[in-house]
Design a protein. Sequence first.
Length: 321
Amino acid sequence: MAPHRSTAVAASPLSATAAPTAERAAVGETIATALAPVARVLVRQAAVIAAALTVFALFLLVVAGKNPLAVYADMWKGSFGTRFSQSATLAKAAPLMLTALCTALPARLGMVVIGNEGALLLGGLAGVVAAHGLGTTTPHVTIPAMLIAGGLVGGLWIALAGALRQFRGVNETISSLLLYYIGLAVFSFAVEDLLRDPTSLNKPSTVPIGEANMIGTIPGLPAWCPEMHWGLAIGVVFCLAAYLLMDHGTFGFAARVIGGNVKAARLQGLAITRVVLITCVLAGAAAGTAGVGVMRQSLRRKPGRRLANASLASTRMKRMP
């Protein structure tokens, strides 16, 4: 009987290099699949911006008789062309981001809320009332209380527009706009009468809430951006949280279903009223938080003149024109 011979088959060099290549291709395909939605959003937003710039350029050229390129150059210089303009633009971005959420979030439900400024006014007013109630000696307690109070009041104000729509059939565009005027009247009465500082003669304002209750600037930044404050970080956090909630959560999916087809959402058993009210509360809370910052704009006093400060680091709430 012949002895058994064991034969070993040598691995081919081609098969050894094919495995890493296939792994790299799989990783590249995974990355491309993950970035595809981002690329679609960027392309869509770029197309919208390009269309808006084109329409505005035609308006400038035909109606106003201006050179669109010169106008766009001035706009760029005024917003990002210098370090001062960059600092001022970023400082003003926080209230704009937060107030925009007051329209963007209800829009997922098919709602058009345009009374953002009412929540902003009353949110700022609530923040000042909270500061007066807690005092000016405990900023680590007063500042969070101001933000919470402003967000709560702003959320309830916009939720009122949502409740009128759900329970009484009132169009939210009209109700939110009219609620703005009511909020403006309440705000003006409070600033000019209830909370007025007796020393403010020509321009009514509230009693100062104290330097200690200012939301300070972000440390470690260059000297050319002195107005960069923590409000910008708050605005970014709000926007990221809203994105995760509305685009990557079950609540956001329910909101999109309701916004797409209310009848289908009702057939699926979704709690439409609850989703509407929660969304309105979140939207108003964003605007109310912005109001705490905007209403705390003070005029920093300097020798011979007063300089308006557009950051959250302010000490006195001024009456809005």
